[in-house]
Design a protein around this ligand. Sequence first.
Ligand code: KIV
Length: 285
Amino acid sequence: MSRLSTLDIIQAKGQRKLSMLTAYDYPTAKIVDECELDMILVGDSLAMVVLGHEDTLSVDIPEMIHHTKPVVRGAKRSMVVSDMPFMSYQVSVQQAVDNAGRLIKEGGAQAVKLEGGASVLPQVQAIVRAGIPVQGHLGLTPQSAGQLGGFKVQGKSARAARQLMDDAQALAQAGCFSLVLEAVPAPLAERVSQAIPIPTIGIGAGAGCDGQVLVLQDLVGLFDRFLPKFVRQYARLGQEMSRAVASYKQDVETGTFPGSEHSFGMKQEELEALDQILKGDGREK
Ligand code: KIV
């Protein structure tokens, strides 16, 4: 089965809902891909849910490339989108094109995602001109949470909503093939989705979006520092893993692991010969 292209993603708008999840390594990418999700995001949430940082700001391009590579190896069909981390595109257009190019060339991603509206339009235009598909990201943009006053729902006032709508239209015009809307009121996300020709991918943006994205660790219960309101948790893998690890410890301590089924035997005559040799060496048991 061939990999989905940006054209497939754009053509899905109005036809079917798009599904997207994060992954940061080979085994989880393989699972997500085999479940036939349309897109896999190697998000900068990597910093928090895998690398244990307090926020998403500290992850850099080499780390994003490092995690994008195994995801691309694990995903045969899903389109892999790699996040441009904080300060990898804000400084200049040249910096943005160079780093987007590294995620594609070295990481093997099919597209990049970056946060922001009007302020990053020159970067988006230049990356698209370089032939690299770009996914936009508006609403709660965690890389600028400091400026937004924290991790808060965005676009709640008519004025802020209008600005978000303008940014969405500008990003679509600049050539983005899709747009993530994070933590925006559902009625606003619905209006944005109706107004622009590219698919909107919501996270905490209601059911009116053209698709949905979640962080895999939230969905399967592998990140327990907090759970955003917009997450539906489908499994408690963290608890399940704790149970498994505690049982293993107990079995090791009580000597019930490894069992004979986990051990390798030896022919009786070889064993006897070994014992003779050890006896001759004076290393008798
Ligand atoms: O980094 C990430 O996981 C994201 C999603 C929240 C969209 O940007």
